[in-house]
Ligand binder design. Sequence first.
Ligand code: 5GP
Ligand code: ZN
Length: 138
Amino acid sequence: MRDENCIFCKIANGEIPSATIYEDETFRVILDLGPASKGHALILPKEHFKDLCEADPAVTAKILPLAGRIGRAMKEQLGADGFNVVQNNGGCAGQTVFHLHVHVIPRYEGGPSMVSWTPGKGTSEELAEIAEVIKQGL
Ligand code: 5GP
Ligand code: ZN
């Protein structure tokens, strides 16, 4: 299914041109227009899902293997030293385009810090309590 008002539906299905690095029947992988680093790519399913919660597991199951292939190519072809796989769900998590997508961000030694957070502290009691709550929804 497609959403007529969704820019990533149009890009994924080739209606709007993009710097495409990979395409098959399920995905188009493009370069991000505002790259965090050289080669920053976005894996776009051709089908419209708002986010990971709404996505078809048969589609999402193919994403990590593809991200691994892309990351390997970034290391071999661009000289990246590593890469991050990032996927945002919801505005508070940084999602700005509400068509499921996965960032593959090449990382270079000495490059800027990104995808990082300040670790908090959790007691084992607190963690056990939170674990019990989340479990109820699985
Ligand atoms: P989000 O913040 O939703 O996880 O990521 C959206 C990403 O899509 C951003 O990194 C942004 O630069 C990228 N983006 C937004 N619009 C376009 C576009 O029209 N073309 C391309 N190639 N990237 C886009
Ligand atoms: Zn869409």
